[in-house]
Design a protein around this ligand. Structure first.
Ligand code: SF4
Length: 928
């Protein structure tokens, strides 16, 4: 320990010697230690930051604005790091306003650098006072972590220790994982009963959830009653009770289905899974469950948020990373990240690092990949052989899921679980798919097969472990299961054969060899031929985007390489399958002697092996099919993935032409009751209602079931005619980015912020951002942007929501994941009609599902979803602008009844926007 740390400096002394710096979009402000505030230009701010330590908030964002690397600055005291340390697993927006809000300090949401810089010292003092208080709640491991971080050079380390004072002695050690509670096993729950939920029961439950005196919402009550169809016993095998429910925004569908779902779970002693597509809705459902279980303890026992394994911290990975980070050889940033992770680990609700209570902005600070390496993202779990098994977050959540009444999950998890555990009696039998309009896309991802370089390399690593000297845990299959199999020669032989065959998969450095035409082994050689075929067949290989070509008439060389690779895949799949079978046989043969932990490990390893051998066999079939007539159920193509012009992967891809077929087979048919619901299930509510429903049924797999679905649709209660406008700007020249940026700028200014800019291409988003950033900042409108700001999308939306004058630019993820009630979102500007991307996969589906009508349907659904972001509650008002003069009128039926879309010039659109927001809504003025 250095003397400086041992003496624990007085925090006030440190703070009083620390200048503060805030960087806005156009300039910066600095508060000197003498209390003088000066405005600085960017280059002056960059110099100040490089010369001297400052008190700042969000250093990565500041350095991006100043075009610096974090390493080019003097050791800064970042308030966000202090917050994450002092209040672990607690939410804050990564802004000065956000910190002030979290610390209950008054500070306006939209401010300027001069006002902002004055509050930084107060924020720091407030956090340090927290640490010094006797009532401080997050003391577990606080001093040991601060000490380790201080030794590694974290500027706040000594200050934190100074604030803790003598209290530091009693706070426990650095090994946060040791302080986590252990989970306990219980007997497996019996299968659920089959009691129905009646419509009246659902109504009563809904009324009790809403509470006395709540406003009557007849549509919501009707929704709840109709949803009970999914909560009756099923009449025949493979014939679930399927309900399709379209419920316009504001119907209150979440509580509408929670009512019958919770009743069914309680009456029958089984879980109902509530599946969403976006994290935003998952969060919202989690909040709504507080009405059902007001007691937090009961809620924690009866509900669970369930995600894929790759979302949760793996304690073994964390322990290993902490050991490396604090060993002394690692840099300060590594140690700071690990220190903050350890603080979070001691206080997290469930260990979810992606969208849970982990500070998501740390991803922008340290990089997603580094955080991802702390999770079980590669499936390398040791199960009961792991020293942390009984404290493992993943094992805990799996056990909790078995006993929960309501499981909040996501479409991807539900589908991959159903595909990988066919016949498992523990799979969910009652399901609600909210955001049902995404079922098709989720199934498309879940049931596809990619024979690509990255997938092959991942499999090799899973089998053979790390083969190069890099940091981190990467133990191969042998070291993960050897202790279980040493006495079984047959199993060991299969294992060794599999590891040997895995040498034929892409090895370390495969991408470099591929791009320099020096492939090694049959897999890499096949990829090399794919690459050559793509380059020979596309008409223009330049540009930053990926390339693709069809698999028809492959070259003889490519077919020869495919043959060789198919043989290699057989050589690999055979021992994998044999080993999986042997492990299952061992479960039976050694039933008397195996302890339950070893059984669990054998079972999990057998499943993981089966999954991978199925994948390798599927690859073999894809390779063999290159020579034959294509199976019309699938679409195959070759692709070269590029990121900003850089090649990142190449391979042979296979997707189902209709992915709802495997979805129906694996998820719907084994289920007993399913509700698929959305605000946008139907394309158009036309006179041909049956045709509209039949298209919706095709999108969710209902058409593959033997029994027809019960269908119902409820309109939104919102008065769109009075509260919204839809404008199509008809005088912008297509492709002229300057004109496009001018339109965004003027419209955002006319609305005085509260604007969401949606783009169909990242390049256009970036170009517009660069042009409008300055003028908006000048007008006091903060601008945030996906793909530009080093902040995760969900946090960007949180920041946008918190500031009424903020503007946000984004692409698909923003369009789907935004739930911003109130006036923070009052204007949506879309750059172009969101036509489907003209990929080979889309071409095949277009041909199969109705040609141009299919394109129109997909586009209308996207427009309808985007419009749906605008009005989230009855009092919301807003304008939707489409900056595409070529918008066909037939697409405008995407919008709800009420507002009549108007085609206007940009000047008129700006005037109308300004007038709309300058005119207060009133009952006498229904036009507004
Ligand atoms: S049991 Fe598996 S996931 Fe859990 S901590 Fe151990 S290795 Fe990681």
């Amino acid at each position: 320990m250095t003397d400086a740390i041992a003496t624990f400096p007085d925090p006030e002394t440190v703070l009083s010697r620390l200048p503060a710096l805030v960087v806005g979009h156009r300039g910066a402000a600095r508060l000197s230690v003498d209390g003088e505030i000066t405005s600085l230009k960017f280059n002056e701010a960059a110099r100040a930051l490089a010369d001297e330590a400052h008190l700042v908030c969000n250093l990565p964002l500041i350095t991006r604005k100043l075009r610096l690397n974090v390493g080019q600055t003097a050791a800064s005291f970042d308030l966000l790091e202090l917050f994450a340390f002092v209040r672990p697993a607690r939410f804050t927006l990564p802004t000065i306003f956000g910190l002030a809000q979290s610390l209950s300090l008054a500070h306006p949401p939209t401010s300027n650098p001069i006002d902002d810089v004055a509050i930084l010292g107060t924020l720091a003092r407030c956090l340090l006072a927290d640490l010094s208080a006797d009532t401080y709640r997050w003391h577990k491991g606080v001093a040991a972590t601060a000490m380790a971080m201080a030794r590694s050079g974290w500027p706040w380390g000594p200050v934190v220790l100074g604030a803790l004072g003598p209290r530091a002695e009693r706070s426990g050690g650095l090994a946060a994982w040791q302080g986590l509670p252990e989970w306990e096993d219980g007997a497996p729950p019996p299968p659920p009963s089959d009691h129905s939920v009646s419509e009246d029961e659902a109504s009563q439950r809904l009324a009790s959830l809403l509470g006395d005196g709540s406003e009557a919402r007849p549509a919501q009550a009707q929704y709840s009653r109709s949803a009970t169809h999914a909560f009756h016993p099923r009449a025949a095998q493979n014939a679930p009770n399927l309900a399709l429910a379209e419920a316009g925004t504001g119907t209150g569908k979440t509580l509408g289905y929670i009512a019958p779902a919770s009743l069914w779970a309680q009456k029958n002693g089984g879980p109902v899974w509530l599946s969403t597509y976006t994290k935003a809705l998952q969060r919202q459902i989690d909040q709504e469950l507080a009405r059902l279980y007001p007691d937090p303890k009961e809620r924690a026992a009866k509900t669970v948020i369930r995600k894929g394994r790759e979302n949760y911290a793996c304690l073994l990975n964390v322990e290993e990373a902490a050991r490396i980070s604090f060993a002394g050889a690692a840099g300060t940033r590594d140690a700071v990240l690990m220190g903050l992770v350890l603080r979070w680990l001691s206080h997290t609700r469930d260990g979810d690092m992606v969208g849970g209570d982990f500070p998501s902005w740390l991803g922008g600070y340290f990089g997603r990949a580094r955080l991802g390496a702390l999770t079980d993202h590669r499936g390398e779990c040791l199960y009961s052989a792991c020293a942390h098994y009984r404290r493992c977050f993943i094992e805990r959540v799996v056990r909790k899921t078995r006993r929960a009444e309501l499981v909040v999950a996501n479409h991807a998890l539900v589908m991959t679980q159903a595909a990988s555990r066919k016949g498992d009696p523990d799979l969910p039998r009652r399901l609600v798919f909210d955001e049902g309009h995404h079922v098709f896309d989720a199934a498309d991802s879940a049931f596809s097969a990619h024979l690509s370089g990255a997938e092959g390399a991942e499999l090799r690593r899973w089998l053979r472990g790390r083969e190069t000297a890099t940091k981190g845990r990467a133990r191969g299959l042998l070291s993960r299961v050897e202790d279980l199999l040493t006495d079984d020669d047959v199993a060991m032989d299969h294992l060794r054969d599999a590891l040997e065959a895995a040498r034929l998969l892409p090895g370390p450095g495969w991408l470099g060899r591929l791009t320099t035409d020096s492939p090694r082994g049959p897999y890499e050689q096949f990829l090399g031929h794919i690459r050559a075929q793509i380059f020979s067949r596309v008409s223009d290989a330049r540009g930053p985007h990926g390339l693709e070509c069809g698999t028809e008439s492959p070259s003889p060389d490519l077919l020869k390489a495919a043959d060789l690779l198919a043989r290699a895949m057989t050589a690999l799949s055979q021992p994998l399958t044999a080993l999986a079978k042997r492990l299952i046989a061992l479960l039976d043969e050694e039933a008397d002697s195996l302890d339950s932990a070893s059984r669990g490990r054998l079972d999990a390893t057998a499943r993981a092996l089966s999954l991978r051998s199925d994948m390798v066999r599927a690859w073999g079939t894809m390779l063999a099919d290159l020579k034959h007539t294509r199976d019309p159920a699938f679409v195959d193509w070759f692709a070269l993935d590029r990121m900003d012009g850089r090649e990142v992967d190449a391979g042979l891809y296979r997707h189902w032409l209709d992915p709802t077929k495997p979805f129906a087979d694996t998820v719907l048919e084994p289920a007993h009751g399913v509700l698929v619901t959305s605000a946008t299930l139907l394309d158009q509510r036309t006179a041909m209602e049956d045709e509209d429903w039949s298209r919706a049924e095709t999108r969710v797999g209902a058409s593959h079931l033997v029994l027809p679905a019960k269908r119902f649709s409820l309109s939104s209660p919102f008065d769109y005619a009075a509260n919204t406008r839809i404008l199509v700007v008809n005088d912008l020249r297509k492709g002229d980015v300057a004109q496009l940026a001018a339109a965004y700028r003027a419209l955002f200014l006319a609305a005085n912020g509260g604007a969401l800019g949606l783009f169909t291409a990242i390049a256009r988003l970036r170009a517009v951002h660069d042009k409008i950033m300055g003028p908006l900042e000048q007008a006091g409108l903060p601008l945030y942007a996906q793909h530009i700001d080093p902040i995760e999308t969900g946090t960007l939306v949180d920041m946008f929501r918190a500031e009424e004058q903020a503007c946000l630019l984004g692409t698909d993820a923003v369009r789907d994941g935004v739930d911003v009630p109130g006036s923070s979102l009052r204007l949506i500007v879309f750059d172009r009609v969101p036509w489907p991307r003209p990929t080979l996969l889309h071409k095949a589906r277009r041909a199969a599902f109705g040609g141009a009508l299919y394109d129109d349907m997909l586009t209308r659904l996207k427009l309808s979803q985007a419009f749906g972001r605008l009005v989230r509650r009855a009092s919301d008002r807003g304008i939707f602008v489409l900056l595409d003069a070529q918008t066909p009128s037939r697409l405008l039926s995407a919008f709800p009844d009420g507002p009549i879309p108007e085609r206007v010039g940009l000047a008129k659109a700006i005037d109308m926007t300004r007038d709309f927001f300058n005119t207060a809504p009133s009952p006498e003025n229904p036009e507004r």
